[in-house]
Design a protein around this ligand. Structure first.
Ligand code: ADP
Ligand code: GN1
Ligand code: MG
Length: 367
């Protein structure tokens, strides 16, 4: 990292720097928290190095993020909420830019840390998970009249599972650049056997049965922050992938991460299962906000979307393992393979419980 002071100075934070350290557990950006003393008051800021390997056009990315957060601020105000707390508040550089580019090309952005907030990687009650469902459902509802065509498509085909299979997974298996395919034959076969699932949602879009909406596309639990005291979900974060997508992507990805009985990188896959109480709680929360605007085809595919998003994520982890871990941050050489195995165990459990998951969705009253 370049000189920390040089980077922080760009954002003109007031007061004296007390501490600057790595923060959070995202897989993509490098996140820091900077703590300042401003006349005896503690002020905290999130400073992030944006991953330029993943995000090729950072201007387009930051234009999206600024457009979406300004739009959300107005919606939150109109609904009697507190925009400083309920959406991200980005801070421009002293010379009015949306991010700072260092001499070595690294890009940094900053935003206010929401006071008295916490992010969590797992919850210990269905009630808290339900609250995250309310937050993501509301996020989608608030953006329902955002002019979608003005958004840049930051990562094309982000959740097009069929494209991920044909253009990324199969080439990674065939090229096998790291000579790792021999260590994961079973997992490769698991994916290939489910090839037929990959195009189900994209085909429904082509048939005009599923509408494109403005969606978050990365709705894992640690992309929501909660109130330290009340555990209420206060703000949806990590807006890098807000793009036109399907409501089902947002629903399914939340279930993948938050209704797993384990962390997504638990090695002992005998512990991996879908917790149906959590599934139900999230579905209730999400649908209480977004449900009224969903069409019957969307409702019919909610349970399937949880399986598909889990399968897709497992396939992406396996692809990255085969490619030599160039995309997701890893802590050890087999990390992506461990994650893939974990996700496939969850897919298997969802397949076994699909009828129950469908029944749960049917039991929820949508108004
Ligand atoms: P990534 O794309 O790497 O996931 P995020 O924007 O999600 O980047 O930030 C990484 C992590 O940092 C989040 O998952 C969360 O744990 C933490 N984080 C980011 N912003 C905040 C914030 N305003 N308040 C609390 N935690 C945050
Ligand atoms: C990444 O950025 P983060 O850590 O919130 C990834 C998601 C994956 C997730 C798996 C831009 O999310 O798509 O589902 O890891 N984000 C991007 O944990 O690829
Ligand atoms: Mg994140």
């Amino acid at each position: 990292m370049e000189d920390v002071k040089q980077i922080l100075d760009q954002f003109k934070f007031k007061g004296d720097l007390i501490e600057f350290k790595l923060f959070g557990s995202g897989h993509i950006n490098t996140t820091y928290i900077a703590t300042y003393d401003e006349n005896g008051k503690v002020r905290q800021y999130i400073v992030q190095k944006i991953n330029s390997n993943v995000f090729k056009n950072i201007d387009a990315l930051m234009d999206n993020v600024f457009a979406v957060t300004s739009f959300l601020r107005e919606k939150i105000k109109a609904n009697g909420g507190n925009p400083n707390r309920e959406t991200l508040h980005f801070i421009k550089t002293g010379d009015g830019k949306k991010y700072y580019t260092c001499e070595n090309g690294d890009c940094y952005r900053a935003y206010r840390f929401v006071d008295n907030s916490k992010s969590v990687d797992s919850v210990d009650s269905p009630e808290i998970f339900e609250k995250s469902g309310i937050a993501f459902g509301r996020f989608q509802k608030y953006l329902s009249d955002f002019p979608a065509t003005t958004l840049n498509e930051i990562i094309p085909d982000f959740h097009n599972t069929a494209v991920r299979f044909e253009k990324e997974f199969m080439p990674a298996v065939k090229e096998d650049t790291q000579d790792r395919a021999k260590t994961c034959r079973e997992e490769i076969d698991f994916v290939i056997k489910r090839r037929g699932d990959c195009s189900r949602l994209v085909d429904l879009v082509k048939e005009g049965k599923l509408p494109l909406r403005v969606t978050h596309n990365d709705t894992k639990l640690n992309n929501v922050i909660f109130d330290e005291d009340t555990d209420d979900a206060i703000c949806v974060i990590d807006l890098d992938t807000v793009m036109p997508g399907l409501a089902l992507y947002d629903f399914g990805d939340s279930i993948r991460f938050g209704a797993n009985t384990c962390a997504e990188d638990e090695k002992d896959i005998s512990k991996v299962a879908i917790d149906l109480d959590y599934f139900k709680a999230y579905a209730k929360g999400f649908l209480s906000e977004a449900g009224g605007s969903l069409n019957p085809c969307e409702i019919d595919n909610l349970a399937f979307s949880a399986k598909l998003m889990t399968f897709e994520c497992g396939m992406r982890f396996l692809t990255d393992y085969l490619n030599g871990d160039t995309y997701f941050r890893t802590a050890y050489p087999e990390h992506n393979l461990v994650r893939a195995r974990n996700q496939f165990a969850l897919v298997k459990d969802m397949e076994d419980k699909m009828d129950e998951m469908e029944e749960i969705i049917k039991s929820i009253k949508i108004s």
